[in-house]
Each structure stands twice: as C-alpha cells, then as structure tokens.
Design a protein around this ligand. Structure first.
Ligand code: PLP
Length: 361
C-alpha cells in the first residue's frame, strides 16, 4: 500500500476561482500569479489549466518563467521583481517574459543592453509598501525615459503593490490608491494595483491589469467572512488516513516532549503526515483535523512524519479511516491560524514528498 498522504488539486475549482477573479476584473485583464510553484499547487498544471482564462502569468524570478515556457505555456509571463542580472534581459526578450523595473540599476542595465528585440516593461512605483519600486515623483520622467529606449517595447504598465488590502477597515489602501492615481492619472498608461484582496475587497484598486494569487487557490485573503471571498473553492485538499489507534489512560502523555497529557481515558489516532510533508510543526493542541467527516483536535507535538489526534468522542473507527488535514471542510487559513501562520505559507510549504493528484485536467 502506498502512503495515503496526498494533496488532491482540483483544477476545476481553480478555474472556478479564476472565473470569479475575471468577473471582478470586468474590463481589466487578469494576470494569474503562479510564483512559488503556484503557491504549492504545481506551477505547470496550474498554469496549463488557467491559460485559456487569463491574459498573462506572473512569477518571482526567471527560473520560474523558464519552467513554464519549457512546459509549453505560451502567454506572457511577468517577472514581478524584474531581473537579478543583466543577462536575463536577452532571455526575456526572446521568450516573451515581461520585466518589472523596480530600481535604477535595472533601468541602467536595460539602457546598456544590446537586445535582439525590445522587451515589454512594467514600472513599479512605491505607493507605501516600501519594499520595491521607484518614488512616485519620478514616474513621469521614468516613463519618458522608457518610451525613448529602443530596448523597451509597447505600452509601459505602471504598477504598485498594496500593503494592507486584507484589512478592510483600514484606510491605508484608499490612501495608496489615491497617491498612486494622483501620480499616474495624467500619464495615460495602463495601471496595475490589485492583488487578491484588492480585487475582492477594494473595487477602486481594479484597473487595466489585476494580479490574482491566493484567491485562485481558493483561500480568502481576509480574516473575516466576505461575500465574494466566500464564493471561492479550496483547490488543494491534503488528505490521509488513520494508520494506528490506541487507548491511553488519564495522566498519560502523547508524543515528543509530552506536550499533551490525557485528562481522561482517551483514544488516540495516528496520521502519517508531519512537518516533513509541510504540515506546520507549530500547529498546537486543538488544531482541527477532519476524521471520518468529523472535526477532532490535534494532540501532542507534530513530528516529522506523523501527527496524533484525539478521537475519543467519535464513533468507533478502524485503521484506514479517511482524514482531511485541509480542504473543503477545514481551510488552510484555519490550520495556519493555529500555527501562527497564514494559508499562503502553509500551502506554499507543501513539500515534494507529498504526491499531488490532479482532478479536472
Ligand atoms: C504575490 C504577489 C501578488 C499576488 O498576491 P495575492 O495576495 O496572492 O493575490 C500580486 N502582486 C505582487 C507584486 C506579488 O508579489
């Protein structure tokens, strides 16, 4: 028997979420963010499923873009941090990778390059995230410089990134939108601001290009219920089975370090998934796990290959009972909240040891 721990990736759910992102984009174009192996889902199968529905893809580095091209993905692919070395420009030109320009060194390298054809450039402006991007005051001058450059082709897109769009009651996002628009409206270029929380929660941030990441994978970017985000369907189900059952007496401890002690006679089930698979080691006692369709608490420490759960309150069950770690019933966000993390991180951290099985291909 193969180890029963698997990540089921539902490509129909991915397409459902993408259609929602597209409808929110209205006239704007949708760019699917598939960096970090499509947030752990598998960049190539995810991109192939999404390709008919989106106008372009976005990744964090040229290696990710090359993997997609080599697999036959044909749409433009934006390198969201731009190039790390000047040699990447010629590759970008040849393979239709779009390049974000986020600092002066990149701009100088573009000017200095001799390219077989021009590359499509986006300009990253810093509207308050203070991580990447040029000062807003420079935007007109930079645009003029790019338009004059033989190495830059087509429409330059002015982009910025929202720092707090997941906080729907915070006025930082409206401020970012206001200053960004204040500096770009007169330039007459296409713009791009929205990430998933922008697209879902801040209609004013939607523009010519929208960059959807986490929502495609079915996780809400918001901590609270939200009418649109709640229509998303989880794409990944991490599932397994019970491989051992035992009774422990009150006062006995379970697992490394005795991190959980039974207060009553308890039935403990062991599941073959651990931090060596990407299940978060910080998930504490009480993290929900679905066993035989019912929620039970994780008890004891997460080990590399296994976890233990308390099934005392469930009807009798046998080895082989089905387990969902996250998926339709328990979101990755919920598990993450028990581990001091976010759904983004725990999905992205799913390790190669976990076989991915694709549905709806
Ligand atoms: C990762 C990323 C996104 C996607 O963010 P989500 O919150 O996952 O939608 C969009 N834009 C940039 C610049 C990013 O780095």
């Amino acid at each position: 028997m193969a180890r029963p721990t698997q990540a089921i990736v539902d490509l129909e759910a991915l397409r459902h979420n993408c259609r929602l992102a597209r409808s929110l984009s209205s006239d704007g174009k949708l760019m699917a963010v598939v960096k970090a192996n499509a947030y752990g889902h598998g960049a190539i199968p995810a991109a192939k499923a999404l390709e008919p529905l989106v106008s372009a893809f976005a990744v964090a580095c040229i290696e990710e873009a090359e993997d997609l091209r080599n697999a036959g993905v044909a749409r433009p692919i934006l390198l969201m941090e731009g190039i790390f070395q000047a040699e990447e420009l010629e590759i970008a030109a040849q393979r239709d990778f779009w390049v974000m320009l986020q600092n002066h060194q990149q701009l100088d390298e573009l000017d200095a390059a001799t390219l077989s054809r021009p590359v499509t450039c986006w300009l990253k402006l810093d509207s308050g995230m203070h991580r990447l991007g040029f000062s807003l005051d420079e935007s007109a001058a930079l645009l003029a410089r790019l338009r004059a450059s033989p190495n830059a082709s087509g429409d330059v897109v002015m982009a910025t990134h929202l720092a707090r769009a997941d906080e729907l009651d915070n006025d930082f996002t409206p401020q970012q939108i206001r200053v960004f628009r204040g500096h770009t409206a007169a330039l007459g270029t296409p713009c791009s601001m929205a990430n998933s929380p922008g697209l879902l929660g801040w209609p004013e941030s939607r523009d010519a290009w929208n960059r959807a990441g986490v929502m495609l994978y079915g996780q809400s970017p918001f901590p609270e219920p939200h009418p649109q985000a709640d229509q998303l369907k989880p794409v990944m189900t991490l599932q397994s089975e019970i491989i051992a059952l035992r009774d422990v007496a009150a006062g006995e401890s379970v697992g490394y370090g005795g991190a959980w002690t039974a207060r009553r006679g308890s039935r403990i089930a062991t599941i073959p998934v651990g931090y060596g698979d990407g299940y978060p080691r910080n998930a504490g006692n009480g993290t929900p796990v679905l066993v035989g369709g019912r929620r039970v608490p994780l008890v004891g420490r997460v080990s590399m290959d296994m976890i233990t759960v308390d099934v005392t309150d469930l009807p009798p069950m046998a080895v082989g009972a089905p387990v969902e770690l996250w998926g339709d019933h328990i979101t990755a966000n919920e598990v993450a909240s028990h581990a001091g993390s976010i759904g983004y991180e725990i999905m992205t951290r799913m390790l190669p040891r976990v076989p991915r099985r694709y549905l709806g291909q």
